[in-house]
Write a protein that binds this ligand. Structure first.
Ligand code: LLP
Length: 434
């Protein structure tokens, strides 16, 4: 596999880290820290690279909103013609507010409520990715009550090992997602007889942060066979949704994930038996579209050393970026001052080994352990890269910490696409006991 240089919009100009043409120390001075910074150019590049890699196949890219649901980000993608993969009515609400087209939306998830299904039907979404027999019955009833028809894809569980972190593996027998391949034909035969449902597709999503193409192609091969069998059985499937899952390079030095181009070639080959049958490909990428576009920029509060370790205590914490605490994930870290390079981003300063931790009262509150970094001074800025996906969206107010603002950079300008939360907003829905 040919290694592709990792694309990042973060690069040093005269020793100072920039996002596109904006210096991160300027954003920090004007907006405070911690702060999420996204590059509009990288979002656009990544989306175009992904959809371009599928050229020649009739397809729709439905951005997985859970990866980054900021209205600024969604509006850029909607403007490029993207569709959306949603897992709640809340995500549909955001997509519509951002100017997204409801007719390009797929609704995934194992636990959609009647209320959510009804609102999605009213909005006119493209497809419901249904995951159980009970959900089929419920969707049919909701559609009948509204005098509407629902387009349905059945999510199957192809039972392939995505070889990724167990918390983000979804296509194994023991996972809660989808229905078994074995049960799918009978479920679909029954679904065909239910009122107000149009069975149009087969869907799967096997996991996230995949670093090989083989689990995808294994899963697609199983779906393709199912679609051919169903056709023979009189069930005419017109869409195949292969989910999301393509990984990105987090800079740890592990094997690089396939590029979108390699992924596209593999998907194209796996779909070959369906050529000429008029089956449309749907994809639900999240991380690969937004991951490299974002960084969390934080300031050093204190440094300290104990018998065992050196700690760099920053004002960003597990409530801002939960991935290291939750999955033990590695994110690249770049001092904002004193570096060089565009890819690989090399610090030009002498380094130490340090644990980068937040102020939260949990040992799990770390952003990076045993990291090689310059000894940063108090008040110095540190950027934590590849944080555009599953960063801000997974943030919380734990320890009554207002959520960080989100900034969208375009060239030499930036827009605040989410303001920093205030303490008053945090307590707005609470009352003191009477
Ligand atoms: N489609 C479905 C049905 C999904 O469940 C997911 C992600 C995606 C698409 C998008 O997958 P992606 O292309 O981003 O890999 N919080 C974890 C990731 C959880 C992914 C959940 N499902 C993390 O920070 O790594």
């Amino acid at each position: 596999m040919t290694a592709q240089p990792t694309s990042t919009p973060f690069h040093y100009i005269d020793g100072k880290l920039h996002c596109e043409g904006v210096a991160l120390d300027r954003i920090a001075a004007e907006q405070g820290t911690p702060v999420y910074v996204y590059s509009r150019g990288e979002l656009e590049r990544a989306y175009k690279a992904f959809t371009g890699a599928l050229a020649g196949i009739e397809h729709r890219v439905c951005f997985s909103v859970k990866a980054n649901s900021n209205l600024g980000v969604l509006s850029v993608l909607a403007g490029l013609g993207a569709g959306a993969d949603i897992v709640s009515y809340g995500e549909l609400f955001r997509w519509l507010k951002a100017g997204g087209d409801p007719a390009k939306v797929v609704f995934s998830g194992v636990g959609k409520t009647d209320d959510e299904m009804g609102k999605a039907l009213d909005a006119g979404i493209m497809i419901f990715n249904v995951e159980s027999d009970e959900e089929l019955d419920a969707l049919s009833k909701v559609a009948v009550a509204r005098g509407k028809r629902a387009r349905v894809a059945l999510r199957v569980n192809p039972d392939v090992d995505p070889q990724t972190h167990p918390y983000i593996s979804t296509g194994l027998k023991q996972n809660k997602f989808g229905v078994s391949m074995h049960d799918a034909p009978a479920i679909l035969r029954r679904a065909k007889a239910l009122p107000a449902l149009d069975i149009v597709g087969i869907d799967c999503h096997i996991g996230s942060q995949l670093t090989k193409t083989s689990p995808f192609t294994d899963a697609i091969a199983r779906l393709v066979q199912l679609i051919l069998d169903l056709r023979a059985d009189g069930i005419n499937i017109t869409s195949i949704d292969v989910g999301g899952g393509l990984g990105i390079d987090y800079g740890k030095g592990d094997a690089l994930p396939p590029s979108p181009a390699e992924y596209g070639d593999a998907v194209r080959a796996a779909l070959a038996p369906l050529t000429a049958l008029g089956v449309m490909l749907l994809c639900e990428p999240g991380r690969v579209i937004v991951g490299q576009a974002g960084a969390l920029v934080a300031s050093v509060v204190f440094r300290k050393t104990n018998e065992a370790k050196h700690f760099t205590i920053i004002d960003g914490a597990m409530n801002d970026l939960m991935r290291p605490a939750l999955y033990g994930s590695f994110h690249p870290m770049w001092p904002v001052a004193g570096g060089t390079g565009a890819h690989g981003l090399i610090s030009t300063r002498a380094t130490i080994t340090t644990d980068v931790v937040g102020p939260i009262c949990e040992t799990g509150d770390f952003l990076g352990r045993d990291r090689t970094l310059p000894e940063l001074a108090r008040g110095e800025l540190l950027a934590i890269g590849a944080a555009g996906a599953y960063g801000a969206v997974m943030s919380s107010n734990y320890n009554t910490r207002p959520r960080a603002p989100e900034i969208l950079v375009a060239g030499t300008n930036y827009t605040i696409v989410r303001k920093r939360e205030t303490l008053e907003q945090l307590i707005a829905n609470e009352v003191v006991a009477g």
